[in-house]
Write a protein that binds this ligand. Structure first.
Ligand code: NAD
Length: 353
């Protein structure tokens, strides 16, 4: 049994789906179901006894303690967070609340539980904290990619709150001995991505005939990883990572945003040509840049590759093609997110514990 937090979000849900597709070890899935949590993503697990969904807050110590006591997971895999940079610029309170205070409360509840475990269980227990490359700040064009020893220089309220959570996790290991692992991953893309993020937004807007808004000159460089490769990296770190260590996760796929948008347009031109025969690139529209927008992130994943033998299964070319095809095949999922109908899945599919 493992306890996953934030398992109704983009990466957490992909993780839970892959986990249960690969083996039978049950998952308790604790998610508050903010706007980013979508139970429709987990519809294929309806009636599956290996998946127990619990609607709740990671900051609810009583609930977390009850779940730990009742289910005795061998690991906690912590995805739950407020994750959207733009939202953090307009209001950072929820980010501080969940990413910092929530992680603190979760760590405390887990620590108290872990201390009471018999020695063998205690030694085998793991707390895996899922974090981002954005904690390292912005790179100049010719600087080497971020390694695990790069200084923390977060620039947005989101990355600052994630950096704080990374430090708390580190301290709970150094001070209290909690067996933690941290992963810092580059930008993810793939199925079930909420259409406020760059890649799904561009696909969905393109198909709707809307403008494709590109911040500034579009030359901000991000390093992209197919979400299922991120999930395989997390499983590998959970299985074989050294306690107290941090692992960078990335696919060596640095691309400027404008190139991503052009690639999506080219794939759509091929897979779902516009009725008027024009290219989707005609919908590209440059908009005012985001304040404090980091110019470049790039992840050096050599530690994970060399020490734990992980490598991604997808190249950017194969992953982005699968992603565009997924959005073409799942118009209902997108429509339910856009209309807000996905929220009804809370009532329809699962009852909170
Ligand atoms: P997401 O926003 O899609 O999902 C977050 C999930 O957490 C949602 O289901 C939400 O309901 C839940 N949640 C939020 N606050 C909660 C709370 N207080 N208690 C319980 N559940 C709560 O995010 P994502 O893109 O899936 O990211 C998951 C994790 O991975 C985050 O920690 C993020 O920082 C990290 N990460 C994301 C990326 C990326 O590209 N998306 C890259 C690297 C790391």
């Amino acid at each position: 049994m493992v306890l996953v937090t934030g398992g109704a979000g983009f990466i957490g849900a992909n993780f839970v789906l892959d986990w249960l597709a690969l083996h039978d070890e049950p998952v308790v899935n604790l998610d508050k179901l903010t706007y980013a949590g979508n139970l429709e993503t987990l519809a294929s697990l309806q009636g599956d006894a290996r998946h127990l969904f619990v609607q709740g807050d990671i900051g609810d110590s009583e609930l977390v303690t009850r779940l730990l006591t009742d289910h005795r997971p061998r690991a906690v895999i912590h995805f739950a967070a407020e994750s959207h940079v733009d939202r953090s610029i307009h209001g950072a309170e929820d980010f501080i609340q969940t990413n910092i205070l929530g992680t603190f409360r979760l760590l405390e509840a887990v620590r108290a539980h872990w201390l009471g475990l018999p020695e063998a269980e205690k030694a085998a227990f793991r707390f895996l904290h899922v974090s981002t490359d954005e904690v390292y700040g912005s790179l100049s064009p010719d600087a080497p990619a971020f390694t695990e020893s790069h200084a923390y220089e977060p620039n947005s309220p989101y990355s600052a709150s994630k950096a704080a959570s990374d430090h708390l996790v580190r301290a709970w290991h150094h001070t209290h001995g909690l067996p933690v692992l941290t992963t810092n991953c580059s930008n993810n893309y793939g199925p079930f991505h909420f259409p406020e993020k760059l890649i799904p937004l561009m696909i969905v807007n393109a198909l709707a005939g809307k403008p494709l808004p590109v911040y500034g000159d579009g030359m901000q460089v991000r390093d992209w990883l197919y979400v299922k490769d991120h999930c395989s990296a997390i499983r590998r770190v959970l299985d074989a990572g050294t306690v107290g260590e941090t692992y960078n996760v990335g696919g060596w796929n640095e691309k400027p945003n404008i190139e991503i948008v052009r690639t999506i347009c080219a794939l759509l031109d091929e897979l779902r040509p516009r009725a008027d025969g024009a290219s989707y690139t005609t919908q590209i529209s440059h908009v005012k840049d985001r304040p404090g927008h980091d110019r470049r992130y790039a992840i050096d994943a050599r530690k994970l590759e060399a020490e734990l033998g992980w490598k991604p299964a997808e190249t950017f070319e194969t992953g982005i093609r699968k992603t565009v095809q997924w959005y073409l095949d799942h118009a209902d999922w997108v429509a339910n997110v856009q209309s807000g109908a996905y929220r009804q899945w809370v009532q329809k599919q699962y009852a909170a514990e």
